[in-house]
Design a protein around this ligand. Structure first.
Ligand SMILES: O=C(O)CCC(=O)C(=O)O
Ligand SMILES: [Fe+2]
Length: 201
């Protein structure tokens, strides 16, 4: 199932059970270029292992966690301790918070070096995020397809491109009923940086 959401700013992409909204040009091209460059060079990117089906495997991308406190964030069998906020991350956080009207405590960042880097199907439903988390996802760099599918009926699928400077908000029941992924692509060559702002409780 494919929905036409292009150019819409605050329409819900999900047909039921939760809300996902896309702001395709939340950042101007100049702002997005600046943040892509700066984050690429100043963030402490690392390739970290995770546990999958009882095996330790390297994640197919680089990651970094920045945030408020000493509070560690655990997912897929690993825990990450946040680095303190940088000037640019605080700027981006405050722009996003102005729109969402909710505060965030952490940002989990992913650097997809090229089309071969990816993230598999998952839900952001760790108990430390609370029952119906608001997750704000900012993208800079190469455009990648964001695929969403119904967790209970895997045939119900939606795909949207996340472009340079876009902001995607996931909220309500979305993390209960829907999972998402960034698949590999043979047609993508450049790097992409994604920031997911979260509130850890
Ligand atoms: O790179 C993306 O757009 C998705 C990131 C994501 O799903 C996550 O960090 O949980
Ligand atoms: Fe996610």
């Amino acid at each position: 199932m494919q929905q036409s959401i292009f150019n819409s700013s605050n329409n819900n992409i999900l047909p039921h059970h939760g809300e996902i909204r896309l702001y395709d040009q939340f950042f101007s091209k100049e702002q997005a270029d600046f943040y892509f460059e700066t984050l690429q060079n100043t963030i402490q990117w690392k390739q970290e292992p995770i546990w999958m089906f009882g095996k330790k495997v390297m994640q197919p991308r680089l990651t970094a966690l920045y945030g408020d406190s000493e509070k560690t964030y655990s997912y897929s069998g690993i825990s990450m301790k946040p680095f303190p906020w940088t000037k640019e991350l605080l700027e981006i956080k405050s722009l996003v918070e102005k729109l969402v009207e909710k505060p965030f405590t952490h940002v989990l960042m992913n650097f997809y070096r090229d089309g071969q880097d990816s993230m598999g199907w998952h839900r952001d439903n760790e108990s430390t995020l609370g029952p119906n988390p608001v997750i704000a996802s900012v993208s800079f760099g190469a455009s990648r397809n964001f695929q969403i599918r119904n967790y209970f009926d895997k045939s119900e699928k939606i795909q949207i491109p996340l472009n340079h400077g876009s902001l995607l908000i996931m909220e309500g029941e979305s993390q209960h009923h829907w999972e998402h992924q960034i698949p590999k692509s043979k047609r993508v060559f450049g790097g992409r940086i994604n920031l997911t702002f979260r509130r850890l409780i």
